[in-house]
Design a protein around this ligand. Sequence first.
Ligand code: PNS
Length: 160
Amino acid sequence: MQPVRAIYPGTFDPLTNGHLDLIARGAKIVDHLVVSILRNVNKGKPLFTIEERLEMIREETRRFPNVTVEAFDGLLVDFARQQGAIAVLRGIRAISDYEYEFQMAMMNRKLAPELETIFMLPHEKYTYVSSRLIKGVFQLGGDVSDLVPKLVMERLQAKV
Ligand code: PNS
């Protein structure tokens, strides 16, 4: 069997403890995991630049010897092939995530039948955590300090 290389794609604007929890779970079951940050998103202006996100995620994943962090443009399946990945890792927090994830996984399968999607469940305590909510709550003065890594919290504070 060849070593299993997988990508964990997302926007990560910013990285949350839910993402980190999933990275830790993924890193246990694959030989190499490439956290892959999408450069161009249609979700409006990101809070953190790609460089800031790369730096934060690299710092936070330094403790995992089999995890690297990259940024990508274009189709996820093209990036996966370029990385030599045979699987895509995605987290499902609740049933509400499933429909979107199912559509993406099926479209990716149509585009690249050889690529498998692996769904994992983050810890229950992060089921409601999303980057979008973190940004919204933080910008209105809410405390999100136990939902994001310390470094991300510091960077959020520096942004405001
Ligand atoms: O963190 P997100 O925003 O839920 O991640 C979404 C992501 C990056 C996985 C998705 O938008 C994506 O794969 N974009 C790349 C473009 C692409 O390949 N689209 C076709 C897949 S349906």
